[in-house]
Every structure is written in C-alpha cells, then in structure tokens.
Design a binder for this molecule. Structure first.
Ligand SMILES: *Cc1c(COP(=O)(O)O)cnc(C)c1O
Length: 236
C-alpha cells in the first residue's frame, strides 16, 4: 500500500474509534512519526493530509528542515532531546512533545528567552515507570506545574506518553486511562501558562485504545511508512 492509502486507512480507523467513543474525530490530530524516513516520504505523508510531523533525532530534523521536507505541515520534536542540542530545536519546531526532565525544561526556557520567543511544549510522562525510559513520574507533574510560572518562555500545551511495549492489544488501556485522569486533575487546577488541550498518546499498535481514552494526537510511524529499517540505526 502507498503512503496515501495508509494515511486514508488510518483516518478511517481514527474516525471509527472516535465515533465509537462518542468523540468528534476532528479533535484528534494525526502526527506522522517520520524517523528514518526520507524527505520524499515525508512530503507524501503531508500531501496525504497528516496534520503534523514528529521527528525524533536532531540530526534528521536539521537535515529535513534544510530540504524543506515539512513544508505544508507543522513539525514537532518527539524524541529524547539532550540539553546541549536545544538550540537546534527551540524555535524550529511548533511543539516539543518530549520534555522529559526539569533540566531540559530549564534549558528550553533559557534558549527561548534568548531567542525572544515562547516555545510550546508537552510534558512527557514515563507512565509505565520504566527504568529504561525518560520522562516525569505522574506524581511529579502537579508540583512541577505549581512552579511553571518561573518559566515564562515555555507554554505547556498538554501531556505526552509512551507506554511500555505491550504483548496483547488492550494492555495499554490502563496507562492511557492514567494519563487521561491526570489531565483531568490538571484542568481542575488553574495554572499559569498551562493548558491540557493536547494528549499525545497512541502509536501504530494501540491508537484506537488511546482514542478511547481521550487522546487528541496519535503519533503514527509504521502504519504510514511501513517497517523501519533498523539496520540503518547501527550504521550511525
Ligand atoms: C517511532 C515513534 C512513534 C511511532 O511508532 P510506530 O509504532 O511506528 O507507529 C511514536 N512516537 C514516538 C515518540 C516514536 O519515537
């Protein structure tokens, strides 16, 4: 199947899942997770109508920006970002979804201040409390948001989560529900510079469940572009 056909198929599934959950499909954005796919593939996904692109690696972002690969759609950063690379990302992307530590948050705020801009971000939650993964713990979020006014050059737009790799469909429902509950808790308080309009959760294998639990942004790689060639990673 072509990229266009894959995007159309995901749109249909997205709509089905939204309607089954009593939700308006229009409130759910489709983000193409473009890692390891080249500029031409990205252009095809944008032509097929994805709402935005998500890039994981700074090097790929920089290269594809230079190639004007994302023209016509906003680009987001969705991978682990090292603090020494924030300069290459802040102001270059519409949204940094993967803010996974206070240290990174401080670095983004400082760089945004230098550039005289406000950078939109999501807070990434390590929802499965996995050692191997970065991200805030659930219980860290409300205390952090209490102090978010100290960072005037970032604006928190919501939460992002990557649950543990699951074996069975339905395994991730409990994690998606946790994120959804956390977003309700955040909305109940009124923090400066914080909205929780965006809940970025759900990937190729579990986006229907994420939509059931209130996801407003699904990040899809494999189901759009096909399986990634992981041999390429080892060449780096
Ligand atoms: C790769 C990636 C995705 C997409 O994963 P698929 O299973 O290929 O759909 C989503 N989010 C992040 C952060 C990713 O790195």
């Amino acid at each position: 199947m072509s990229i266009a056909e894959n995007v159309a198929a995901i749109r249909r599934e997205l709509e089905k899942a939204a309607l089954a959950a009593g939700r308006d499909p229009k409130e759910i954005q489709l983000c193409a997770a473009t890692k390891m796919n080249d500029a031409e593939a990205v252009r095809q996904a944008i032509a097929a109508g994805v709402d935005c692109c998500g890039e994981n690696r700074v090097q790929e972002l920089t290269q594809k920006l230079a190639q004007h690969a994302y023209d016509g759609a906003p680009v987001h950063f969705i991978g682990h970002l090292q603090t020494n690379k924030v300069k290459q990302v802040v102001g270059k992307v519409a949204l940094i979804q993967s803010v996974d530590s206070l240290r990174l948050l401080c670095a983004i705020d400082a760089e945004a201040r230098k550039q005289g801009i406000v950078q939109d971000i999501l807070l990434e939650i390590n929802i499965g409390q996995e050692e191997s993964k970065s991200g805030f713990r659930e219980e860290e979020i409300l205390p952090l948001l209490e102090k978010i006014g100290d960072f005037p050059n970032i604006c928190v737009k919501g939460l992002m989560a990557i649950p543990p790799i699951s074996q069975n469909s339905g395994d991730n429902l409990k994690y998606f529900q946790k994120i959804s509950h956390l977003s309700v808790d955040i909305k109940a308080k009124k923090y400066d510079n914080v909205t929780v309009k965006c809940l970025s959760m759900g990937m190729s294998g579990d986006y229907q469940d994420a939509i059931r639990c209130g996801s407003t942004m699904i990040r899809i790689g494999t189901a759009i572009f096909g399986a990634r060639d992981y041999a390429k990673i080892h060449q780096r």
